[in-house]
Design a protein around this ligand. Structure first.
Ligand code: HEC
Ligand code: HEC
Length: 305
């Protein structure tokens, strides 16, 4: 990011530019410096916003990120308007009552989660915002979940999240463990997960199973894994009964179930965590460093009974 005779120096740009100026400049540099050689690649306005956002972090160690879910639109969020958004834009797939049975759902793989069985209040705003505003792909999930930000705007996203939180509180505890579509706590679980390619399947964990690595895995599992901490689906105890557990078909793996877990190799787990399980709610954690994946695997093994 250090410029030369032909280009601007962007090191520490965050200390020197105003983001709105930089945005307008980037959209059309010639407005500011006629005949300059600056040009902008084929980027949308949306893309330019993201790019400017990145440039503004340079040189600012304690950069405070904008959290859209604290914006004025969210202060004004309205569940009644959100219901209208849901019926108009979401019900084709997620169903009018959040049962995941909309007319467009039958052909989808993975199937949309059954919102009616999700505890939306317990899910992090950051995840809900990203999956709705930027779409499934932005959180390692399927691109068949479209991005809605450009269609319904910030206010529409705020309103529909208010509706989801006000309406869907999760499955009753008994049901979570026993229904056919979401046998999230059952042992043994039916398992149709694809086998990892040979070179992954035979990998062994390069890290020692010491307390440091197990604890690091626990922190990732329970709190910090991005885009969504594992317990949200797999449950705090690893039994598959997190706030989203009962909503998914197939259900999240029940890590407490020795009968199934015994046959799942370290390399198989590594591959699924990195790439996701296609056609299921298990997302890809493609930005996670390999050593963190191995720490998670050490932790998961402590959950097996
Ligand atoms: C074209 C079909 C389609 C439409 C329309 C749609 N979604 Fe989705 N959505 C999906 C699919 C499929 C998934 C699951 C993706 C995965 O698990 O990889 C999903 C996932 C989600 C999730 C994450 C949890 C889950 O259900 O897996 C949320 C939250 C969500 N959608 C909200 C919405 C909202 C709000 C709208 C309307 C503004 C909407 N969706 C419209 C198909 C759709
Ligand atoms: C949005 C829900 C969701 C989140 C978040 C999630 N998982 Fe999963 N996970 C699933 C589902 C659903 C399955 C079952 C997939 C299948 O049947 O193929 C699964 C399966 C797995 C498996 C079993 C693979 C196999 O071969 O049987 C492992 C290991 C796993 N997840 C690890 C993780 C880890 C580690 C995290 C956090 C970094 C995580 N998951 C986060 C939903 C989730």
């Amino acid at each position: 990011m250090v410029g030369g005779p032909q280009s601007a120096d962007l090191a520490a740009a965050g200390k020197r530019y105003n983001p709105d100026w930089l945005y307008r400049f980037t959209l059309n540099p010639q407005d500011f410096t006629p005949h300059s050689g600056e040009f902008v690649g084929d980027a949308t306005e949306f893309g330019v916003r993201a790019l400017v956002g990145y440039v503004m972090t340079l040189g600012v160690p304690d950069f405070s990120y904008h959290e859209p879910w604290t914006s004025p639109e969210f202060t004004r969020a309205d569940a009644v308007r959100g219901k209208v958004v849901y019926q108009e834009y979401c019900s084709q797939c997620h169903g009018t009552t959040g049962e995941g049975d909309g007319p467009a759902a039958s052909g989808l793989s993975p199937q949309p989660a059954v919102h009616a069985k999700m505890a939306f209040d317990k899910l992090p705003m950051e995840y809900l915002y990203n999956v709705i505003y930027h779409g499934g792909r932005s959180v390692g999930k399927s691109p068949t979940m479209p991005y809605w930000g450009l269609t319904i705007g910030q206010q529409g996203v705020a309103d529909v999240i208010a509706y989801l939180k006000a309406t869907f509180k999760g499955a009753p505890e008994m049901e979570a463990a026993t229904t056919g579509s979401g046998p999230s706590g059952v042992c043994p679980q039916p398992r149709k997960t694809k086998r990892a390619p040979g070179k992954f399947r035979n990998m062994t964990n390069p890290l020692p199973a010491n307390a440091t690595n197990v604890q690091a895995g626990e922190t990732l599992f329970q709190q910090t894994a991005q885009p969504l901490a594992c317990f949200n689906c797999h449950g705090a105890k690893g039994d598959g009964q997190g706030p989203m557990g009962a909503a998914l078909n197939p259900p999240p793996r029940n890590f407490t179930c020795g009968e199934i877990m015994r046959d799942i190799s370290d390399g198989q787990m590594f591959w699924i965590i990195k790439h996701g399980s296609k056609g299921t709610g298990m997302m890809a954690f493609s930005n996670m460093p390999d050593n963190q994946i191995w720490q998670l695997i050490h932790y998961i093994k402590t959950l097996v009974k």
